[in-house]
Design a protein around this ligand. Structure first.
Ligand SMILES: [Zn+2]
Ligand SMILES: [Zn+2]
Length: 155
């Protein structure tokens, strides 16, 4: 069993199509625009700059605690099934041993309620990368870093 298991989790966007993010450096929240897959306007990047503190981080390090919890919860059912399958495969290969899948066996991960994304924060557009708009808390608009290049701008 060395195959990677990928479980798609869809996170809610607000009504403008923004996804809530949390900076791993300053732990404050903002939102970035969620481009559709294959959107030619999406800026190719290997890291993003926090609009609030300007610290760069890898693309996968911006989950809010609620999103992580939601992701694990949604993945729970799928992981459960993979574990069950793996166990029955394992026991099938053993001589003189019968494994009866026990339907009550479960990792006991609850599927969480859907996340709701409120329409809060102020939309700002970096002059250097207007195709990557952001939403930041109202009190943070006087000094915002561009998500893509880190350049500071004010609204
Ligand atoms: Zn930050
Ligand atoms: Zn920029």
């Amino acid at each position: 069993m060395d195959e990677e298991i990928r479980i798609p989790v869809s996170l809610p966007l607000d009504s403008d199509g923004f996804l809530r993010r949390e900076c791993p450096s300053c732990e404050r929240e903002f939102k970035w625009f969620s481009h559709n897959e294959g959107d030619p306007n999406a800026e190719p990047a290997t890291q993003y700059f926090c609009p609030l503190c300007g610290e760069p981080s890898g693309l996968d390090s911006w989950w809010t605690p609620a999103q992580l919890e939601y992701g694990y919860g949604s993945a729970g059912g799928a992981i459960d099934q993979v574990v069950k399958d793996a166990m029955s495969d394992l026991f099938k290969g053993m001589k003189g041993f019968t494994y009866k899948p026990n339907s009550s066996f479960s990792l006991d991960i609850e599927t969480p309620d859907s996340l709701v994304e409120p329409d809060d924060m102020v939309m700002v557009e970096p002059p250097c990368h207007p195709n990557e708009p952001l939403k930041v808390p109202e009190d943070s608009t006087s000094r915002v870093h561009c998500l893509v290049c880190g350049t500071v701008f004010a609204v």
